[in-house]
Design a protein around this ligand. Sequence first.
Ligand code: ADP
Ligand code: 5GP
Length: 211
Amino acid sequence: MFMRYFSRLLSAMAGPRPVVLSGPSGAGKSTLLKKLMQEYDSVFGFSVSHTTRTPRPGEQDGKDYHFVTREAMQAGINNGEFIESAEFSGNMYGTSKAAVQAVQAKNLICILDIDMQGVKNIKRTDLNPLYISIQPPSIDVLENRLRHRKTESEESLQRRLQIATVDMELSKEPGMFDVQIVNDNLEDAYGQLKHALLEEINVVKKVNMSS
Ligand code: ADP
Ligand code: 5GP
């Protein structure tokens, strides 16, 4: 009882409740996230993950990801520096404690863009985020979007579609997500995302204005 109260108190002191965005690769998480960060740059902060995959054109080290070698990432994991980590489509991805703390220290809502393994692993921690699922209207639309993005080789694209097929089913499990958004029309999906976050946005705005 006391421990539960104490752990709640600690998370309240750590700042606003974090948000997890998850969904198949190509569903539109980054697109929605960018819109949100543009409109509310003084409210949200992105948890910059580590990954062993190579940067895509335009991606910046330290902003989109910390791009690291497998050895460096494994050493960090062994050292207890990560809240969670996962192997996704042949590469390692992970959320460091420092990434989340950097955002929470600024009293911003910390957003994590993570895969389904990450969702399951975060549920075993005391981070207590709001879980939001971003889904494509169909697997065919997802394939189209991934092809148009032109970031994947044919092999990588097929692997991502395979993972998506499994994860789209898994994400329907009761209790897995607090909010489910189908990103068909972008403006509609963005409206739903904002609606889900409005209460927290207003709290953070109020607190940050008075401090
Ligand atoms: P994720 O971050 O989930 O992997 P992205 O945000 O990179 O996905 O989106 C995948 C591709 O689909 C991008 O090229 C993006 O411009 C496009 N896209 C995202 N949302 C929509 C939408 N609602 N309608 C059409 N295209 C979209
Ligand atoms: P991408 O290579 O397209 O940037 O990301 C591939 C997948 O890895 C996406 O589903 C994305 O959400 C996920 N991902 C990104 N960062 C992390 C992380 O830190 N942890 C986990 N578990 N997944 C991540």
